[in-house]
Design a protein. Structure first.
Length: 229
């Protein structure tokens, strides 16, 4: 098989899979392009690891269910992110991965994924970079949760979401992702009633606008607020 590594070194991980999908599937038989409907799970906490997933389109929520039964949102992932069984020994998943909206992805067995990365070092480097960036974001989120008041945590999270999932609108950025107030509360480690109060306060100050289906973020106003805190 002859694939150009240019598509992995100069483009995204997702572009590499998209440009070479047919040949990759022939060379690595376990690779499949699958679709996951809204709210369905790629895998659940406690499942034995079997597959690696490369997100092609849509948003995937990683979350952890505590012993007390409350859910903690770890991360929101998008196109090009790689998740799943990245270790040879199959262990129970420590988190769940759920589709927010319809999600498409490439699914493959661990052995095929490992062989693919060994054959294409440029792709392996991109996966490493993406994994490191995600690790940094999780650590940053943890620091904010442990050290900042809820208002600051919410403002910082809304700015991050605007950067990741926003499209420009009259307010600043409209989030191309449907999040309930409970979802937002899970992201910052707070209760839904408290988040609802802070969101209403932010809206009264002109820092955001929201309806039942969408949040619009005034990024300039939120940045000013964070700098003044």
């Amino acid at each position: 098989m002859s694939l150009s590594t240019e598509s992995s070194s100069s483009g995204s991980i997702n572009k590499f899979f998209k440009n070479n999908a047919d040949r990759l599937i022939k060379a690595y038989p376990s690779i499949q392009e699958i679709n996951i409907p809204n709210k369905d799970f790629l895998y659940r906490q406690g499942d034995l690891g079997t597959y690696v997933f490369c997100i092609k389109g849509g948003i995937v929520k990683q979350s952890y269910l505590t012993v007390q039964g409350s859910e903690v949102t770890i991360a929101l992932l998008k196109c090009g992110d790689v998740i799943g069984d990245l270790k040879a020994d199959k262990q129970a998943r420590e988190e769940s991965a759920q589709a927010l909206g319809n999600v498409s992805c490439y699914r493959m067995a661990y052995n095929d994924f490992k062989a693919l990365l060994l054959h294409y070092p440029a792709l392996a480097w991109q996966v490493l970079e993406k994994t490191y960036v995600r690790k940094q974001k999780i650590e940053h989120k943890l620091r904010i949760i442990l050290t900042q008041p809820i208002e600051m945590r919410l403002a910082a999270t809304l700015l991050e979401l605007a950067k990741m999932f926003g499209v420009q609108c009259t307010h600043g950025y409209a989030l191309e992702i449907h999040l309930t107030q409970q979802d937002v509360a899970d992201l910052i480690g707070a209760s839904r009633p408290v988040v609802s109060t802070v969101l209403n306060d932010f809206r009264s100050r002109g820092m955001l606008e929201y309806t039942r289906d969408q949040i619009c973020v005034n990024d300039a106003a939120l940045i000013d607020y964070c700098e003044a805190m």
